[in-house]
Design a protein around this ligand. Structure first.
Ligand code: ATP
Length: 328
């Protein structure tokens, strides 16, 4: 797309919320203001574009939010935006406010929507990866992942204390319908004996064999961390199988759930959100359009929105070898 000078930028958060989205909104708004642009907050993701919930923002609008979880702009999933009629309404509202550039903080679905919208209506869009799942290619970090995984680690450490007191086997379910990064990272960081994730085939026989072997040598405290989207289902489904096969094991389930989405963002999430938010505006100013701003090897990386959509990160099999060796 030919670059055109952007002077009025809208920012929105879309899809699942992630801690650090506020820090990103703050960075976008303040960088835009620094460059003399007019800034607008679009409420409730693409719904706000369609329903004209668009508010002017100044430096004070984003005061005292860097440390807050959730998103002051709210977020939503918008059915109407899937249809061209919905996107046309959104475009008309942007025109009404004179908005000529967008920053979308969300996951791959939000980027798909942004790409379509930009192709149809010639509004440059910049995506910032805001998702606790870390399932977007082209970036080593996504806003919210570090906070979510640290929340999981804190919770699992507590579970280990009580598991240890009673010699129990705990199956802890963490978030991740399609992506196992929270499970993998939190599982390794808490010394889990087994980690089950959607990206790899779960071998139940191998899991039972490893638990049986540990039972024989009186290693009775076991932590299994499972992503909610594992092929066998979540923690409840795995527990049913284990209880059938190892009836002597004192097996308990804990599902961490939505606490993983909330809370004050970690320092890392605030840093990457600030850096990415700053670069999103720089992109719009420099005519770099329809890219996602990522960070790779500590450098800014700009990848086309549709590439960020399709590609998923690969999980190295070495991690599983490490888990096996360290949990022996
Ligand atoms: P998360 O990773 O947290 O789920 P996400 O951005 O992937 O975040 P989605 O629910 O997939 O979340 O997408 C958010 C919104 O983006 C959708 O509700 C819809 O409005 C828009 N969107 C997603 N896919 C498309 C599409 N194919 N066409 C148009 N809009 C889309």
């Amino acid at each position: 797309m030919a670059s055109k000078q952007v002077s009025r930028i809208g920012v929105l958060t879309s899809g699942g919320d992630a801690p650090g989205m506020n820090a990103a909104v703050r960075a976008v708004v303040r960088t835009g203001i620094y460059h003399g642009m007019e800034m607008f907050g679009i409420m409730r993701g693409y719904n706000g574009m369609i329903e004209d919930e668009i508010i002017p923002m100044n430096s004070r609008s984003v005061a005292n939010i860097i440390q807050r979880g959730g998103t002051i702009l709210k977020t939503a999933r918008s059915k109407e935006f899937f249809e061209v009629e919905g996107r046309k309404k959104a475009y008309d509202n942007l025109l009404k406010h004179g908005i000529d550039g967008l920053v979308i903080i969300g996951g791959d679905g939000s980027f798909t929507g942004a790409q379509k919208f930009s192709n149809e209506f010639d509004i440059p869009c910049i995506g910032l990866p805001g998702t606790i799942d870390k399932d977007i290619a082209g970036t080593d970090f996504t806003i919210g992942f570090d906070t979510a995984v640290n929340t999981a680690v804190e919770a699992i450490d507590k579970i280990r204390d009580t598991a240890d007191a009673h010699d129990r086997l705990f199956i802890v379910e963490v978030m991740g319908r399609d992506a196992g990064y929270i499970a993998l990272h939190s599982g390794i960081a808490t010394g889990a004996e087994n980690i089950l994730i959607p990206e790899t085939k779960t071998d139940i026989e191998e899991l039972i064999a490893s638990l049986t072997e540990k039972e024989k040598r009186k290693k009775l405290v076991n932590l299994i961390v499972v992503a909610e989207g594992d092929e066998f289902g979540g923690a409840n489904e795995i527990a049913v199988i284990i209880k059938q096969r190892l009836p002597n094991a004192d097996t308990k389930v804990c599902i961490l759930g939505h606490i993983q989405r909330g809370g004050s963002p970690t320092c890392i999430d605030r840093l990457i959100a600030s850096r990415m938010g700053y670069h999103a505006v720089e992109c719009l100013l420099n005519g770099k359009h329809n890219v996602m701003v990522g960070i790779q090897n500590n450098k800014m990386n700009y990848i086309p929105l549709d590439t960020a959509v399709k590609a998923k990160q690969k999980i190295s099999s070495e991690w599983f070898k490490i888990v096996k060796i360290l949990a022996s």
